[in-house]
Design a protein around this ligand. Structure first.
Ligand code: GLN
Length: 313
């Protein structure tokens, strides 16, 4: 049943989105993974799902983009389902770093040298190693199956060009991973772990598919469309806590103050956000600020959260 708020979103979303689109000019498309540089810098799209009954979209919603760091939330959830809290938190911490997402600075500052949290690259690489499976192919297959189930869409797949582009150029992630191996965090072959990591970063979606994944988190692990519990509630609680403290990289504090919603961004310009118990939101705006977050995407979420009083705080 459509609420008054839902009707207002229907009416206001197109103009709000066009207002925010101006902010794409303040950002730049990521180019350190060469294939990502082809994304349209002025694009902005959003999909909002309200549980079972409806979806509202505006802007460039058909634009496909790779999940990149957004995938880290869901591999964390799968690792928790595979290994439990004790298994995961033996390899990765619970604290934000305040550093860039691909920084290795803090790895040497703590003892034991485990990554600070699962949403920075080092932490997500450690999490990739925890996914159950006999080999990288089986681990990747399990991740893709899980993501498809959350999106309610069996057609979701990889962007092979992005996967190959990252594999060929990921010198920094390789150095992080070898460092983790030296610290005893990774027990498996480093290149095999990286294969799993690069693969899940290159899973491609559009805003609608991302919004559907987000709403499983908004409804505590239950897919509101099918009514099936896909993830234990406790694990969703852990994921949402990380999204608040670390989900927007080293801009998570500002995002919590300005938007106040659990969210996760990726360098392709995607942002997954959720309004607990209400909406799953998928955004894409490939032009990024210096921290790696979509300039226009953050602006649009801030506008909507302010307008509709969505902050959880
Ligand atoms: N695949 C990207 C990387 O490892 C993901 C990073 C991101 O989205 N911030 O660099």
């Amino acid at each position: 049943m459509a609420t008054e708020e839902w009707n207002r979103i229907v009416t206001e979303l197109p103009s709000r989105l066009e207002d925010s689109r101006a902010y794409t000019a303040q950002g730049r498309v990521a180019a350190y993974i060469p294939e990502l540089a082809h994304a349209p810098g002025n694009a902005l799209g959003i999909a909002i799902m309200n549980g079972a009954s409806g979806i509202i979209t505006a802007g460039d919603v058909a634009l496909p983009f790779t999940l990149q760091s957004i995938s880290k939330v869901f591999t964390l959830l799968l690792a928790l389902m595979d290994k439990g809290e004790s298994g995961v938190f033996a390899k990765v911490g619970m604290e934000p770093t305040g550093d860039n997402f691909n920084s290795m600075l803090k790895l040497e500052l703590v003892d034991p040298g485990i990554p600070f949290n699962p949403l920075i690259n080092a932490g997500a690489i450690a999490v990739s190693s925890l996914i159950a499976g006999a080999d990288p192919a089986e681990k990747s297959e399990r991740i893709l199956t899980f993501f498809r189930q959350l999106a309610g869409d069996p057609t979701i797949g990889y962007n092979d060009a992005v996967y190959r582009s990252e594999t060929a150029t990921a010198h920094r992630n390789r150095s992080l991973a070898y460092f983790l191996k030296a610290n005893g965090v990774l027990e498996e072959d480093v290149e095999e772990v990286l294969e799993v990591y690069f693969k899940h970063c290159s899973i491609e979606v559009n805003c609608t598919q991302l919004a559907r994944m987000a709403q499983v988190l908004a409804f505590d692990g239950t897919d509101p469309v099918t009514g099936r519990q896909l993830i234990p509630r406790r694990y969703v609680q852990i994921a949402k806590s990380f999204m608040i403290t670390c989900g927007m990289y080293n801009e998570s504090g500002a995002f919590a103050i300005r938007v106040g919603l659990p969210a996760k961004s990726g360098v392709s310009g995607g942002i997954l956000a959720l309004v607990p118990g209400k909406y799953g939101i998928g955004v894409v705006g490939p032009a990024l600020n210096a921290k790696g977050n979509s300039t226009a995407g953050v602006h649009l979420l801030e506008t909507l959260s302010t307008e509709f009083d969505w902050s959880i705080f």
